[in-house]
Design a protein around this ligand. Structure first.
Ligand code: 5RP
Length: 262
């Protein structure tokens, strides 16, 4: 194990590394956002450089687009490709049905559009993201600026009729200022503690005027690659109904460990 790599980064790295097995030359690949996806981009860049891998990436955020540019990953827009072979992205929580909470990095809107445009969505995550029941992680909801307090009130009025435990809602901040998404919208984090019916909640939230999108990904994820701090990786494919386990080596001297940005 690399002495430079923390246990959590080892888990994220091995998940990202294993997920690259799904990538073939010529593919159009959705590139996720976040610290786990950052490892994926480093792995892909290394494969382009050392193995002649040829892909076209579509970023799920401005942050990922900038990183892909810096790493020399050829990229284009979703409008140019319209459809992708696969998307590999992180998650904040996933359950046994592979329903996800995403948006911890505020990129849920582009992430959901890109995932929906992909033949296959693969989630890469460290083991801490796996939960029995969704909802300990606050559910991000992207809200447009106009009348956002009204939208918040409408969301708060709706929650008591839904199968959730907590009802606190908090505007996400970026220091002293409200956090703004790449589309210039706001994020309202819903502290629900337990989400009993993710499908219903996702549908109801998206009916509320002013809500652009919510961070629940239902029926979008096909494969979850879970990394452990000891290098163990689990691959669960919901369509094939398969579950595989293996251990990946982590080389301390590999270039991949340098300059990783979260
Ligand atoms: C960004 C996301 C990320 O995928 C999610 O927050 C996981 O991030 P990390 O890999 O850093 O834990 O949804 O909007």
């Amino acid at each position: 194990m690399s002495e430079n790599l923390s246990p959590i980064d080892t888990a994220k790295y091995v998940a990202a590394r294993r997920a690259t097995d799904f990538i073939e030359s010529g593919m159009k690949v959705g590139l996720g956002t976040g610290s786990t996806a950052a490892w994926l981009l480093k792995c892909i860049a290394e494969m382009i450089r050392d193995e002649g891998l040829s892909i076209t990436g579509v970023a799920t955020s401005e942050r990922t687009a900038a990183m892909a540019r810096d790493l020399g990953i050829p990229s284009t827009t979703l409008d140019a490709t319209k459809w992708l072979d696969l998307t590999i992205d992180g998650a904040d929580e996933f359950d046994g049905e592979m329903t996800l909470i995403k948006g911890g990095g505020g990129a849920l809107l582009q992430e959901k559009i890109v995932a929906a445009a992909s033949d296959q969505m693969i989630v890469i995550a460290d083991k801490t993201k796996e939960v029995e029941t969704l909802g300990a992680f606050a559910l991000p909801v992207e809200v447009i600026g106009f009348g956002r307090e009204t939208t918040r009130a409408l969301i708060e009025e709706t929650l008591p009729g839904l199968d959730v435990l907590g009802r606190e809602t908090v505007w996400r901040m970026d220091g002293e200022a409200p956090f703004k998404t790449d589309e210039g919208n706001f994020i309202l984090d819903l502290h629900l503690k337990r989400i009993g019916n993710a499908r219903q909640l996702a549908l109801v939230l998206n009916q509320i005027p002013g809500v652009v999108e919510n961070g629940l990904f239902v029926d979008l994820c096909d494969v979850v690659v879970t990394g452990h701090a000891d290098g163990k990786v689990e691959v669960r494919d919901i369509n094939a109904g398969t579950f595989e386990e293996q251990r990946l080596p982590v080389e301390p001297t590999a270039n991949i460990f340098k300059d990783i940005g979260a």
